[in-house]
Ligand binder design. Structure first.
Ligand SMILES: NC(=O)c1ccc[n+]([C@@H]2O[C@H](COP(=O)([O-])OP(=O)(O)OC[C@H]3O[C@@H](n4cnc5c(N)ncnc54)[C@H](OP(=O)(O)O)[C@@H]3O)[C@@H](O)[C@H]2O)c1
Length: 283
């Protein structure tokens, strides 16, 4: 499998990355170092994960050249607006101890579901991301959890189109409208919680099909997304799982099975939606 997507500005982004949310659990950089050792070259972090310091240290101490690593960070939803977003990205670079990130994302389109001026906030934030991009402090810029109406609002005043949209996507929660809309604008889609944070790993249909194709359920779920040209950033805590998620077999899921999997009723949704109060039952 060709290991990269080429973003709309020509930057190459690995198809598979390592998700760092809660991976460090406030301890240190060892788990991130392990992911680099396993072969991951995309690390997904965020200001909100409070682990940028560890991620940056693991990269610096790995001995791997900075250009070989693709590092994503994100601006948290409380930091929307031009000045706050700029400060947030500067602070991320400071914690990472890096001159640039490969990708900065706006983490969520709204500070809260009932926020009335979210459009202006997003448009202002985007100006800050565009500035960082122009200055070379972000090789690419994008968004996360943006549905079509959020993207439309951003693009009303944007000079540069987002290059990536990172969404919760997995078997049982495919957000087809958001995926198709993003793809239609040439925006690369990337899946967060590609394993549904374990919630879909034991679904009977996943277990049955994984067995038929002779792969683990996690590998099956990742192949399902990659086959739709959707990037994946699974998180794992052991070398064995890290390798399993990165070293995927070259296999093709039959069209019939793909259709069936894409049309399942909702399963494993994490409970977060930018326009709705959080579903606390899902936590
Ligand atoms: N943009 C956003 O709003 C947003 C939101 C959430 C997450 N994210 C990003 O997406 C990344 C991934 O999402 P996630 O951490 O929520 O969930 P995930 O990657 O879907 O699932 C992680 C869980 O799956 C388990 N796992 C991993 N590989 C496995 C395997 N081969 N077999 C069995 N179990 C396996 C892990 O267990 P162990 O850890 O015990 O190995 C962990 O409990 C995050 O780390 C973060 O970087 C972004």
């Amino acid at each position: 499998m060709d290991g990269y997507f080429v973003l709309s500005n020509g930057v190459k982004m690995p198809k598979i990355g390592y998700g760092t949310y809660k991976c460090t659990d406030g301890s240190d950089e060892r788990i991130v170092a392990m992911a680099l050792e396993a072969g991951y070259r995309l690390l997904d972090t965020a200001a909100a994960y409070e682990n940028e310091t560890y991620v940056g240290r693991a990269v610096r101490e790995s001995g791997i050249r900075r250009e070989e690593i693709f590092l994503t960070s994100k601006v948290w939803k409380t930091e929307l607006g031009y000045e706050r977003t700029k400060k947030s990205m500067e602070a991320s670079l400071e914690r990472l101890q890096m001159e640039y990130a490969d990708l900065f994302l706006i983490h969520w389109p709204k500070p809260s579901p009932d926020c009335e001026n979210w459009k202006e906030l997003v448009q202002e934030s985007w100006k800050a991301l565009e500035e960082f991009h122009a200055q070379g402090k972000a090789r690419a810029i994008g968004v996360s959890n943006f549905l079509p109406h959020h993207l439309e609002a951003l693009m009303e005043t944007a000079d540069v189109r987002p290059m990536v949209n990172q969404l919760e996507l997995h078997v049982g929660y495919m957000q087809e409208a958001a995926v198709q809309y993003s793809k239609g604008w040439g925006i690369q889609v990337q899946a967060w919680s590609p394993l549904g944070r374990r919630r879909v790993l034991e679904e009977p249909v996943v277990l049955r099909m994984a067995e038929q194709y002779g792969v683990s359920p996690a590998q099956f779920l990742l192949c399902f997304l990659l086959q739709q040209n959707i990037g994946v950033i699974p998180k794992a805590s052991s070398m064995e799982r890290m390798r399993q998620n990165l070293q995927l077999p070259a296999m093709e899921i039959r069209t019939e099975d793909m259709h069936m999997l894409r049309c399942l009723p909702q399963i494993g949704w994490g409970g977060e939606h930018p326009d709705l109060e959080r579903d606390m039952k899902k936590i």
